[in-house]
Structures are given as structure tokens and as C-alpha cells.
Design a protein around this ligand. Structure first.
Ligand SMILES: [Zn+2]
Length: 153
């Protein structure tokens, strides 16, 4: 499926999916810190087979961002969804839209215009005045051929 996500959709999905809730739903335990942020054990460390003992995964709800000081993994709620669930950008946006009950704009469902078929190419060619001239010359040739054959026969 050809999917185009508009900037409006991306903004809408970001606004309706608080990063802390999405991270918590992905089975990452977060502890609130004094400055309004949250920390936890990095889920991306675990993916690489190394378990973290000291939380270096930070979530900043005010900015809708996450960052891990251990492995350098970071981004917004869409990036988190992609990395955590192995999704493409479009899939992550669609899943978050569904989660928040957000309707994506129609652009996401539009397919590109179909390529012109051979038949419509032919029709276009027949409208070309040059084609008419070439056909007329062919007709004249046939008549001349017929006359010549009849004379020589
Ligand atoms: Zn990490």
C-alpha cells in the first residue's frame, strides 16, 4: 500500500499520544523525577542483549521526547513506536492514530494516478496531426502501387 503521511497527521498523532503513556504501555517501568521527567531501564539496551542495571533512559513529557544516555537511542513518540515494535514510519503513525482514536487525513489513503495505458497512448497519437499526414501518404502509396501493378500486369 502506498501511504503518504501529512505533516498535519504527524502533529496530530504526536499531540494525542503522550510519550510517557506510550512508553509505559510498552512495558517500560518509569520513575518520575523531581524535574517532571521520568527515567527507566532502557528497552533498547535489552534488545541488544545487554540488560541495564542503572536507569539511563529518560523521558521528557514536556517535549514529547525520549533519550537514553547509555546507548544514545532517542527521538519522539513515533520514533519510539517504530524502534520498539519494528515498524515503518507510516505503520507507527497509523498505530498511534488508532491508539488515540485520531482520524488521519485522506491523503494517507490516496493512491497515485494510474499510469496511462497503451490504448490511451494510441488514442493520443491518433489526435496528432502528423499521424494523419503519415496515414494519407500511406494511402497514396497503396493507390499508386495498385495502379502500377494493374498497368504492368
Ligand atoms: Zn539504551
Amino acid at each position: 500500500m502506498n501511504t503518504r503521511i501529512t505533516d498535519r497527521d504527524i502533529a496530530l498523532v504526536r499531540d494525542h499520544n503522550p510519550i510517557a503513556s506510550v512508553v509505559l504501555e510498552s512495558h517500560v517501568d518509569l520513575t518520575d523525577t523531581d524535574d517532571g521527567n521520568a527515567t527507566g531501564l532502557c528497552p533498547f539496551h535489552n534488545l541488544r542483549g545487554e540488560r541495564e542495571t542503572k536507569p539511563s533512559f529518560h523521558v521528557t513529557p514536556a517535549r514529547g521526547m525520549y533519550f537514553c544516555f547509555g546507548c544514545g537511542e532517542g527521538g519522539d513518540v513515533i520514533t519510539f513506536m517504530m524502534k520498539r515494535n519494528n515498524l515503518t514510519f507510516a505503520e507507527a503513525v497509523q498505530r498511534l492514530a488508532k491508539r488515540a482514536g485520531v482520524k488521519l487525513s485522506n491523503a494517507a489513503k490516496q493512491d497515485p494516478a494510474p499510469a496511462p495505458s497503451g490504448w490511451s497512448n494510441l488514442k493520443a497519437a491518433s489526435r496528432n496531426p502528423l499521424t494523419g499526414i503519415v496515414l494519407a501518404i500511406c494511402a497514396v502509396c497503396l493507390i499508386v502501387c495498385a495502379i502500377v501493378l494493374r498497368v504492368t500486369a
